[in-house]
Write a protein that binds this ligand. Structure first.
Ligand SMILES: [Zn+2]
Length: 282
């Protein structure tokens, strides 16, 4: 019977439409961001979901007008070993992050671009992404740097000056080579100590001597600092102002007003398989 056939087709099409509608709604609500079959389908159909981060940046612009609007990431180790280390992101996952950020329309910048922006010399791209690495591990040179070069992405490496050339840390020659190939090197202090526990002279030493050591190695000014453990207070940030153009913490707190000396970064960890999950880190 023709009527029954039309009715049946109508039900099937209606059912498919409802499924697509529900799927799109779930994706819109951010329910499909965790890894799994549905999130894989969502990424295949729609690409990476970074709306949460775009909303944070918009808010950051309102809270602190004039400050660079940028997504900044903080990696530590990048190695195929160290299976159970939460601070380690495997090289293939690191490459995946870069490709997903490209797919999402990000433009990669380094601390020199932030400095130019702050000095009024150049604007920043609308979707700017700064990739940084803390602690100066040897694997940054062995595994992250080759990926960055292949993908033509600049990275910023925050190095602890007293550990340069020590076991499992990058050497002076490696830092120079990376700088010559478009990477930026910043300070992560001289000894990686909690600056908020120190007196004014000790803070001064940690900030100034690391800058001097790095500048001697690199032959160029070092403009950026990352606080060890992301720990900072007013005394520490005032000291940072006297030697650096900017300084970074290691967390993102959307409700907190940033300054050039408390620039926020998302930590990236072993469980961040796709870029959406990075923006859930606090
Ligand atoms: Zn550190």
């Amino acid at each position: 019977m023709p009527f029954k056939k039309i009715n049946f087709e109508f039900i099937i099409i209606g059912f498919i439409c409802i499924c697509i509608g529900l799927f799109s709604f779930a994706r819109y609500m951010g329910w499909l961001q965790n890894s799994g079959l549905l999130s894989t389908i969502a990424r295949t159909v729609y690409g990476p979901d970074i709306r949460q981060e775009m909303a944070r940046l918009k808010r950051a612009k309102d809270i602190a007008p004039g400050l660079p609007v940028v997504t900044a990431l903080c990696y530590h180790e990048v190695t195929p070993d160290r299976e159970n280390d939460c601070m380690n992101v495997k090289p293939e996952i690191f490459r995946r992050h870069i490709r997903e950020f490209k797919e999402a329309g990000y433009v990669f910048i380094h601390v020199g671009d932030l400095q130019n922006y702050a000095s009024g010399l150049a604007p920043l791209p609308a979707k700017a992404l700064l990739i940084s690495f803390d602690d100066g591990y040897a694997d940054n040179y062995n595994y992250a740097y080759p990926v960055l070069r292949e993908e033509q992405v600049p990275g910023t490496f925050f190095v602890v000056s007293s550990t340069i050339g020590k076991e499992n840390r990058m050497t002076a020659a490696q830092l120079r080579e990376m700088q010559a190939n478009g990477m930026k090197i910043g300070s992560h202090t001289a000894n990686h100590v909690n600056l908020t526990d120190m007196g004014a002279n000790e803070i001064d030493f940690e900030l100034r001597s690391s800058k001097e050591t790095l500048e001697k190695i690199l032959g160029k000014p070092v403009c950026a600092l990352a606080y060890p453990g992301g720990k900072v207070n007013d005394t520490v940030s005032d000291k940072a102002k006297s030697c650096y153009e900017m300084a970074f913490v290691a967390t993102v707190r959307p409700e907190t007003k940033q300054t050039m000396y408390t620039l926020q970064r998302y930590g990236v960890f072993s469980w961040n398989e796709h870029i959406e999950s990075i923006f859930k880190n606090r």
